[in-house]
Write a protein that binds this ligand. Sequence first.
Ligand code: ATP
Length: 266
Amino acid sequence: MPSVILTKNLTKVFGELRAVDSVSLSVEKGSLFGLLGPNGSGKTTMIRMLTGQMRESSGSAEILGTDPAKEPVKVRAAVGIIPEQETPPSFLTAEEYLSFAGKIRKIGNIEEKSEWWFEYLDFTDKKDVLCKDLSRGTRQKLMFAQAFLHNPDLALIDEPLINLDPVMQRKVKGFLRDYTNSGKTIFLSTHILEIAEEICTDFAILHKGKLLHTGKVTELKEKGIHLDDFFMELVEKEIADEIMEGKGNGEREVGEKGIIGEKKDA
Ligand SMILES: Nc1ncnc2c1ncn2[C@@H]1O[C@H](COP(=O)(O)OP(=O)(O)OP(=O)(O)O)[C@@H](O)[C@H]1O
């Protein structure tokens, strides 16, 4: 399978902090890829670099064959993006915002497509409401619609389900699964492990900017391991290694009852 996202030693440094630290990963076409990590582990910084919103300090990335640092506008035109802080312009109504997003992306039949999204995500009654007066969940629906309006080959979405009610979450999860089953790719950042386990095909775990593991969700399922147990043990082991500074030798054995075994190369 070809890679739609490829990073090599991608790094972002803020002063003394290595927010993303030499991350090399590959995301295959058609995958629903979950980027998992605790608060502050570097997920949003990764997405910002991959979408050309932020330049890397070192290393490189390729998105659909394009370097987002060199051609950010080309990358942003091709992909769908839901940024972490959803902020549709406050002075536009929901309908005006989708129309504006459609014009920027030069999408035909924008009224018809917007109508479909209003109905699909069940917020037709809010289309004339100013974005500033929308609830957080409705703003998230709007950001979701704008990201998928042009049917992108790749969407990078940062915590897209967090403000949605259970009924809407189920609908969006189904949409994401169908979307990737049709050959498109989703790169999803979340710290809700249950959602990742339920819908993702592949996952990567970030901790303090470092890639601790990448793998397939089915591999864990076949071994009867829950993603949250795997995640907790891996992150706790990393923290223990940090405390026992200098002791780590690259092995990640976690004792008799450990589920991780040894560290897999990223
Ligand atoms: N512009 C910035 N300047 C300085 N530090 C930053 C900046 N952006 C992010 N950071 C720091 O980089 C680290 C990674 O932040 P990031 O937002 O990427 O994490 P995250 O995994 O998305 O977190 P969360 O799950 O809480 O949203 C954090 O320590 C954060 O404070």
